[in-house]
Design a protein around this ligand. Structure first.
Ligand code: VGL
Ligand code: ZN
Length: 223
């Protein structure tokens, strides 16, 4: 049976890491050595994604009027720009990963010499895009990256997802990967969450969808 694994490293960027990140995830930098160990393995394709927003991105609290503009707290309803009947409630954030800023850069500790491809996401100011595959709208989808196509081109069967943040972009990317037909594995010890207390629910959702959670050194048998 074919087994062609890819590694997808989600948003290991300065703005998601202490000490100076605008949206720093606790322990974010600590997972980089584990990710570098994975990067040394013979994956058929190694991808790093970057959250890469324009300054006027809809997810920035600073782009909305008070009082409903509190980063980490306020939510807004986003309408599908192509279909007013489809909407999504989404959280507001501090400005982060603005194109061309230091905060948008991959952290220098990451062994980018082993990365085959960078996928930028969140470029369309009108929609949130946690998943590295596409925004969450379906009727129709608004913004799609070329990640799925790149994985298919090399015949990838299995996708291993790591990075930041476990409860947002890693989660959305892993779920989309599984739905795109790749057997998907989240390497738990190579992720960190914005809210670690949310991970129980995230893992329940993974179980429902068939996404596996493993550790880098776990002796998992592939089913
Ligand atoms: C992310 C919040 C906003 C992430 C991106 O990479 O998990 N979280 N934008
Ligand atoms: Zn973002």
């Amino acid at each position: 049976m074919a087994f062609k694994p890819a590694l997808v490293i989600v948003d290991v960027q300065e703005d998601f890491c202490p000490p100076n990140g605008a949206l720093a995830v606790a322990g974010g930098r600590e997972i980089v050595p584990t990710i570098n160990e994975l990067l040394a393995l013979p994956f058929a394709l190694k991808v790093a994604t970057k959250d890469f927003h324009p300054r006027d991105h809809i997810s920035f609290a600073s782009n909305h009027p008070a009082p409903n503009n509190k980063p980490f707290k306020s939510t807004i309803i986003i309408k599908n720009p192509h279909n007013p009947n489809e909407s999504q409630e989404t959280q507001l954030w501090p400005d982060h990963c603005v194109q061309g800023t230091k905060g948008s850069e991959l952290v220098p500790e990451l062994d980018v010499s082993k990365v085959d491809k960078i996928v930028n996401k969140g470029l369309d100011k009108r929609v949130e895009m946690y998943s590295a595959f596409a925004d969450p709208f379906k009727n129709p989808c608004v913004a799609r990256s070329d990640l799925s196509q790149s994985l298919r081109e090399v015949g990838v069967t299995d996708v291993y997802v790591v990075g930041l943040a476990a409860d947002y972009c890693v989660k959305a990317t892993a779920i989309d990967s599984q739905k795109e037909g790749f057997k998907t594995w989240v390497v738990g010890d190579a992720t960190k969450a914005v809210d670690p207390s949310s991970l129980g629910k995230v893992h329940e959702e993974y179980a429902r969808l068939g996404v596996a959670v493993v550790a880098k050194d776990s002796p998992e048998v592939r089913k």
